[in-house]
Write a protein that binds this ligand. Structure first.
Ligand SMILES: [Zn+2]
Ligand SMILES: [Zn+2]
Length: 392
């Protein structure tokens, strides 16, 4: 039977599985039930399974023909520490956790694609190896980085890697495949200002951590407005400022923190160096000590030309050219698929999730993955394998 023949039945089963995952959300690196379910499903359809990478990570391997080429398809499995406010039957059974980013849908669709490829047998026309990568901890904890550090690409060599994310606000079933930057790099910083505290009525007898901090918040805004090419997107946001406890005391310490977003590693370097430079200047001006802790987070997600070409061609085939978006603005959000695609050329696409209930967005306590896009997702993965590993 061809794909269209069995896809409705398969997608319906995958939707049931997706709702089961939604009802049992698990947080970063603790996706034990999900991981076991994924491994079990892959085994049951006859796919070679490797477990234990990054703890709960699972890699399925499917080889056809004698070709040496290989690609990876990646799904993320983790949920968010967020109390769910939905009331439908498949709402979270776990207090304080929910699938508010649709990773339940990503995991389910990739399982569906693996099953479709097995069902198609030799009708699926490809020559080479497909790795189905189920990663833990996409949200903030960098499960993708841990998989790479623990040898993902040494154990499973591949030439291209692909990811997708459901995207609320884009029409259901549309696909956005942009070449170049698609998600930002996300760094964070903490700045500790140490002053010589004093009586607030006699400020000249000490130094002022709060005034230095205020000057610092202002000065940091010049990094984007005056030290960055206006054509180069970047964000520096100070999101925390803690200091003081009384009206008549100038405190000894102020602690500030926040996030830095950008799309180019060179710009990340420049922003980090600029931040250090400004801290030094404020230190001298205000006679305080400033310690800057700058922590590199997810690198920017950059779609490489060749995999993006493949993704677009496949997207056009699956949803029609008019539903393939190629020139949307990238998001300032971050994505740890970048740890994979900064080692191996990759393409990460957005799969339209539709407007959703009340137009709610990712990480909303009302979010839910749209089961109506499962068929499109499965079809995209299957055709992508055939295109990327087309017989020579
Ligand atoms: Zn998320
Ligand atoms: Zn996500």
């Amino acid at each position: 039977m061809n794909l269209s023949g069995f896809l409705p039945e398969l997608a319906a089963r995958i939707a049931t599985l997706r709702r089961d995952l939604h009802a049992h959300p698990e947080l970063a690196f603790a996706e034990t039930r999900t991981s076991a379910l994924v491994a079990e499903h892959l085994k049951s359809i006859g796919i070679e399974v490797h477990t234990g990478l990054a703890g709960t990570g699972v890699v399925g391997r499917l080889q056809r023909g004698t070709g040496k080429r290989a690609i990876g398809l990646r799904a993320d499995m983790d949920a968010l520490p967020l109390p769910e406010l939905n009331t439908f039957p498949h709402r979270s059974r776990h207090e304080g956790r929910m699938h508010a980013c649709g990773h339940d849908g990503h995991t389910a669709m990739l399982l569906g694609a693996a099953e479709a490829l097995m069902k198609l047998g030799n009708q699926a026309n490809f020559d080479g190896t497909v790795y189905f990568i189920f990663q833990p901890a996409e949200e903030h904890e960098g499960g993708g980085r841990v998989m790479v550090e623990e040898g993902l690409f040494e154990r499973f060599p591949m030439q291209m890697v692909f990811g997708l994310h459901n995207w609320p606000g884009l029409p259901a079933g549309s696909i956005a495949a942009m070449e170049g930057p698609i998600m930002a790099g996300a760094d964070r910083f903490e700045i500790t200002i140490t002053a010589r505290g004093a009586h607030a009525a006699m400020p000249h007898q000490g130094t002022d951590a709060i005034l230095a901090g205020a000057a610092l918040v202002q000065a940091l805004q010049a990094l984007v407005s005056r030290a960055t090419d206006p054509q180069d997107a970047a964000v520096v946001s100070v999101t925390r400022f803690h200091a003081g406890h009384a009206d008549n005391i100038l405190p000894e310490q102020a602690v500030l923190g926040g996030t830095v977003r950008s799309f180019r590693p060179e710009l990340q370097d420049a922003l980090e160096q600029g931040m250090a430079r400004i801290c030094n200047g404020i230190e001298t001006t205000h006679r305080v000590r400033i310690e800057l802790e700058y922590v590199r987070g997810y690198p920017p997600t950059i779609n490489a030309p060749e995999p993006t070409f493949v993704s677009r061609e496949v997207a056009r085939q699956v949803v029609g050219g008019e539903n393939v978006l190629t020139h949307l603005k990238p998001s300032m959000g971050a994505e740890d698929f970048s740890y994979l695609s900064s080692v191996v050329p990759g393409c990460y696409v957005w799969l339209g999730n539709g407007p959703g209930e009340g137009g709610c967005m990712l990480h909303s306590p009302h979010y839910d993955f749209n089961d109506a896009i499962i068929e499109t997702g499965i079809r995209y993965w299957v055709r992508l394998v055939e295109k990327a590993l087309a017989p020579a």
